[in-house]
Design a protein around this ligand. Structure first.
Ligand SMILES: [Zn+2]
Length: 391
């Protein structure tokens, strides 16, 4: 156990060391202790990605976090006793490292990870014990009960394999950059409490559109997000757009679902079409699709809002179109044209790791904001909302 942690920590430090060499001094902006059903957690908010080492010492039991080339910003208060976290102290190490010492009563080995910015959260190093869990402010009294299910977000990287998608003037292939964004997005989602990502495609191969929908349904996805990059003859056009299914596209699809309803799986709401006559099945399907388009629209609006100021946007309103991949009648679905690969500045952005993480971070923030307002039954989001209402 201890060996595994040491190896993981070495790996993190080695990959992070290069960044600090370029990045210069980092600053600790806050240190937060939080408590969650999953266990206690210490979050160190940083001004930049920072190389670190973590190890434990005994008698008294403590976790030592050494942050390379880092200083403590003025006025930062270190957290006091919370659950098994007894105290946090700081000290300056030779060579400019900042040492944070977490005195703890827990014998468990902590896990430490560096997280990229997501939504309102910036660069962080998180130390958690026993499965981690959500970040909750120290002052928060309530915590969601255990046993809630995660919301599942199906992430569909467009195109793949024989289908390269759009091609930029510098030769950038849509199928490649959207897979990078999809993977980044999945990583960020999996780090958020109460959310889990499923990649519809995780390699350079082609999947038919209906198969993409089928995979999302098989994963019991609560949301489907398809990632693309747009192309147009006019090289000046740039920025992101977000699409949901048009009513027209839904109507066309209804006929197909009805025709195939003997084979089709039940709708997410527990409604089966197979035992209904045509008239009733049509009504049920229509209702499901109308509700699904409006849910998709709300979610897409949250994503566009999250783009504001972070990601250049071409159209500030949600667009509607008959994209085949959006045609699930019961999973809120959106297609994000992340940028114009045919625009020089956009193509450059799509090729940049930093810009792709920024984009992925904004998408996560939007999706999270949607689920906070529209929590599916039985999820952590529903539980948090119930607790908030009870206050
Ligand atoms: Zn595309």
């Amino acid at each position: 156990m201890r060996h595994a942690l040491a190896a993981a920590v070495l790996l993190l430090s080695a990959s992070a060391a290069a960044e600090v060499a370029h990045g210069g001094t980092s600053e600790v902006q806050a240190v937060r202790a939080t408590m969650d059903p999953g266990g206690p957690r210490v979050v160190v908010d940083l001004s930049a990605p920072t190389a670190f080492k973590v190890f434990t010492l005994d008698s008294p039991r403590r976790v030592v976090l050494d942050l390379a080339d880092t200083r403590l910003a003025d006025g930062v208060r270190l957290p006091r006793s919370l659950g098994p976290i007894i105290a946090v102290r700081s000290g300056v190490q030779p060579g400019g490292a900042l040492r944070l010492v977490i005195e703890t009563s827990s014998d468990e080995e902590p896990r430490a990870a560096r997280l990229a910015p997501v939504g309102a959260e910036g660069h962080r190093i998180v130390v958690d014990w026993a499965g981690g869990g959500a970040q909750r402010p120290v002052a928060a009294v309530h915590a969601p009960k255990q046993g809630t299910r995660d919301v599942v977000i199906a992430i569909d990287a467009g195109h793949g394999g024989k289908d390269p998608g759009a091609i930029g003037h510098r030769g950038t292939l849509e199928k490649g950059v959207v897979l990078e964004i999809a993977r980044e997005l999945a990583g960020l989602i999996d780090r958020e409490p109460g959310m889990r990502a499923v990649l519809i495609r995780d390699g350079d191969y082609y999947i038919a559109h209906r198969e993409r929908i089928r995979r999302a349904r098989a994963a019991k996805a609560d949301m489907f997000v398809s990632i693309h990059a747009d192309a147009i003859r006019d090289r000046d056009v740039s920025g992101a757009s977000v699409y949901v299914l048009s009513e027209r596209g839904a109507t066309d699809e209804a006929a197909r679902w009805l025709a195939e309803r003997e084979n089709a799986a039940d709708l997410r709401g527990g409604v089966s079409l197979s035992d209904k006559d045509d008239a009733l099945a049509t009504v049920l399907l229509d209702l499901s699709q109308v509700a699904n388009i409006s849910a998709s629209m709300l979610a897409a609006e949250r994503v566009i809002d999250a783009f504001d100021g972070l990601v250049p946007v071409r159209k500030p309103r949600v667009q509607q179109a008959g994209f085949l991949v959006l045609k699930s009648p019961d999973i809120p679905s959106m297609l994000i044209e992340t940028a114009y690969i045919t625009n020089a500045a956009d193509e450059r952005r799509l090729r940049s790791d930093a810009q792709r993480s920024k984009l992925a971070g904004a998408i996560v923030a939007g999706v999270q904001s949607y689920f906070t307002r529209n929590p599916p039954e039985g999820t952590r989001f529903a539980e948090l909302r119930r607790l908030a209402a009870a206050d």
